[in-house]
Design a protein around this ligand. Structure first.
Ligand code: PLP
Length: 432
């Protein structure tokens, strides 16, 4: 099936009892057992079925199958937020003493997770100087448990060379984990280029309407955990917390995602509510169409900004002179992200006036809504970083991040134009 069809149908057929066409919301905490033996078989992971909604739920299961099919994976786990997905994705490969080698251009909270929170549990985040494969390779050592990158960085908009990163990770016996939130599987399928695990904030383009938080981890099924038994003992030795199960032996290609569910979702419980799974499924039905319009509108807005004398710079990877342009062609089929940044003349103060003058475009910290959104990262999403870390992540004091929505492009441009007028009253003055 193709993207548009999977987004609507994957993972669900009208269910047997009621023939409901929409995915039912199974708002239940638990599921009845036929007998003691049936309950035991479910707990031993021998029988298929549901036992308790912290572990799995039929509405969320449809969402998991849909995202997994869109990514071309062997299984997925839906969780409460993108951050929960990232947390589980990392601790599912790294224990105390392990490190995760990452590109530096990350969403601010993910940067905080790797630089402040996981280190308290003995897992170190190592940030490369850049997203270049050579910079990543320099930091990998015998304690590395994964390489990590955002396929399109938020807010830098950088496009990572997934194929090269995967080759390096695999040469050192570790998986490549990617956050594919900004690209979505509509623009990019990282498993086609060797990534092993994909993580999503479903809150953004996939859900698409800014109503519902959610996250997902998707397993490509391709990382050979048994081959790297010394580096990943948790997959290859009996798990005393789960009656001696050996994940790689028992589950083969789905070992990673089954372990994420049985170990982390079961004991830490960042559960997505079935109602939220339903809302996210509704959103996903139109993601392919929406992404087309996001991309088209963003190009028009970026071109308008670039020609405007009041604007100092526009960091949009769809311009042929962007260093990321060749990667946009290779990985995104030429569809540059609708998330991009720019700065206006007059620096921080003019930037703030512009930001406050927006009328249609909403001031907030979110991306990927049908609505156009603007954010000032230095004072919000990336506030916890040092000035230098901000610079490397693509955040300058004046940077405005836009997430261009699917309204009529002329209305978006008119709003930006009037806000630029307020921030920079004389066009001639700006041109000087
Ligand atoms: C790239 C990226 N990953 C993960 C997240 C975290 O997602 P959530 O807000 O659903 O926890 C965000 C949030 O902005 C993000 O932009």
């Amino acid at each position: 099936m193709r993207n548009e069809t999977m987004a609507i149908h994957a993972g669900y057929e009208p269910e047997a009892t009621t023939h409901a066409v929409a995915v039912p919301i199974y708002q239940t905490a638990a599921y009845a057992f036929d007998s003691a033996d049936h309950g035991a078989a479910l707990f031993n992971l021998e029988a298929e079925g549901f036992r308790y909604s912290r572990i799995a739920n039929p509405t969320s299961a449809v969402l998991e199958k849909r995202i997994s099919q869109l990514e071309g994976g062997v299984g997925a786990l839906a969780v409460a937020t993108g951050q929960a997905a990232l947390h589980f994705a990392f601790v599912n490969v790294a224990d105390h003493g392990g490190n995760i080698v990452s590109v530096p251009q990350l969403y601010g909270t993910t940067h905080t997770l790797l630089s402040h929170i996981l280190p308290r549990q003995g897992i170190t985040g190592r940030f490369a100087e850049s997203d270049k494969p050579e910079a990543i390779e320099k930091l990998i050592d015998e304690n590395t448990r994964a390489v990590f990158a955002e396929t399109i960085g938020n807010p830098a908009g950088n496009v990572c060379d997934i194929e090269a990163l995967a080759k390096i990770a695999h040469a050192h016996g570790v998986p490549l984990i990617v956050d594919n939130t900004v690209a979505t599987p509509i623009l990019l399928k990282p498993f086609d280029y060797g990534a092993d695990i994909a993580v999503h904030s479903l809150t953004k383009f996939l859900g698409g309407h800014g109503t519902t938080l959610g996250g997902a981890i998707v397993d490509s099924g391709n990382f050979p955990w048994a081959k790297h038994a010394d580096r990943f003992p948790a997959y290859n030795r009996p798990d005393t917390s789960y009656h001696g199960l050996v994940y790689a032996e028992r589950f083969g290609r789905t070992a990673y995602i089954e372990r994420a569910r049985s170990v982390y979702q079961r004991t830490m419980g960042s559960v997505l509510s079935p109602f939220n799974a339903f809302l996210l499924l509704q959103g996903i039905e139109t993601v392919a169409l929406r992404m087309e319009r996001h991309v088209e509108n963003a190009q028009k807005v970026a071109e308008f900004l670039r020609k405007d004398p009041r604007v100092a710079w526009v960091n949009y990877t769809g311009f042929p002179d962007s260093p990321y342009y060749p990667l946009v062609q290779k990985y995104l089929g030429g569809n540059a992200s609708s998330l991009f940044t720019f700065g206006i003349k007059g620096g921080m103060e003019a930037g703030k006036t512009f930001y406050d003058a927006l009328k249609l475009i909403t001031r907030l910290v979110n991306i990927g809504d049908a609505k156009s959104l603007a954010c000032h990262p230095a004072s919000t999403t990336h506030r916890q970083m040092s000035a230098e870390q901000q610079r490397i992540a693509g955040v300058l004091p004046e940077t405005i991040r836009l997430s261009i929505g699917i309204e009529h492009s002329a209305d978006i441009i008119e709003d930006i134009d009037q806000a630029l007028d307020k921030a920079c009253p004389s066009r001639l003055q700006a041109a000087e």
